[in-house]
Design a protein around this ligand. Sequence first.
Ligand SMILES: [Zn+2]
Length: 431
Amino acid sequence: MEPDLHPRLAAEIAARRDDLIALTQDLIRIPTLNPPGRHYREICDYLSDRLSARGFVTALVRAEGAPGDSETWPRWNMVARREGSAPGDCVHFNSHHDVVEVGHGWTREPFGGELDGDRIYGRGACDMKGGLAASIIAAEAFIATCPDFTGAIEISATADEESGGYGGVAYLAGQGWFDPDRVQHVIIPEPLHKDRICLGHRGVWWAEVETKGRIAHGSMPFLGDSAIRHMGAVLEEIEHRLYPHLSTKRTAMPVVPEGARQSTLNINSIHGGEAEAEPGFTGLPAPCVADRCRIVLDRRFLIEEALPEVKAEMTSLLDGLKSSRPGFDYTIRDLFEVQPTMTERAAPVVRSTAAAIEKVLGQGADFVVSPGTYDQKHIDRIGRLKNCIAYGPGLLHLAHQPDEWVGVQDMQDSALVMALVLADLLAPAAR
Ligand SMILES: [Zn+2]
């Protein structure tokens, strides 16, 4: 990189402060709620208009046939590409444009984009319209500073990250948009904060376990067989054998928070016996022995664990009960699975971002791994692209909360980090 690029990029980004604020506010004011997937086309059109006015070639891609896609709620995505003056690497910034429901407890207008001091408030401010805006400002400032850059810059805004990403990054990856021969570096500006590089995430396995019973009159339970009591035995095994075992499985992945640096299991729900009464029904329940009981398990696993071994842990527990407990029978059904992923610290995008953080903040970057998954899973598995990180402004604990906000200074600092990454990877003098 030319030695004087850092101050010039810093000046370009500082000069764009009002633009950055207005852009973030505009994005928040388009209420892209998911579910069901509102205003996706509108936000894609907005971004396409902005970026095509600045020399990007843009494409609107509908994830036809993806889960959730319908004529009423089409899953729209936007991809913009700006070619440099000569062939070279492509750096891609991927942000999801959907936001989760508002929920209760707000003291600000959820879609108002209110600026108060250094903070911009609104649903999606931190997760992750602030990151999207910062990456756009970073790219625009870099292009103004180095109009003769080599390679290409891409910016995408994708659907449905909050519901698995199948109508967004997974669809685009399946169509080849993240193939390593067209994209070489990916930054996902999720709110991990300006001094942290997120290398990946743990794995996920969701499954539903059902125990079987036999219905009978509740006054003579001995004539039936209670699926709820059988499930009680399952929970007992989980409590006294599985949880202690999981807590011994530690990972070398730098997962934050610290409590997630091991295998974890959550029991998402339990349902047994007769269904809950309809709202408005004022009668009593009927006396019946429960003939079925179901739980949904959410197991998060480590890069050191293999998924078949994770599943076998649960089935061997259930099979043990089947042989020791009279009348016990079960079924287990897979609901969802994601492999863990972790980008190497030596990967070019990691090294470049770490060096930029050091320049901008005067301190070394923290390397972290996310306890939950995000769209990197699709870029890794479907796109086969390993050189990918999450890096962006915003405090992770504010995501999905009431009065969510993003800091303007944090957005500016991380935009400068992203612009320096572009300068490092795409400016001719850098090579
Ligand atoms: Zn997010």
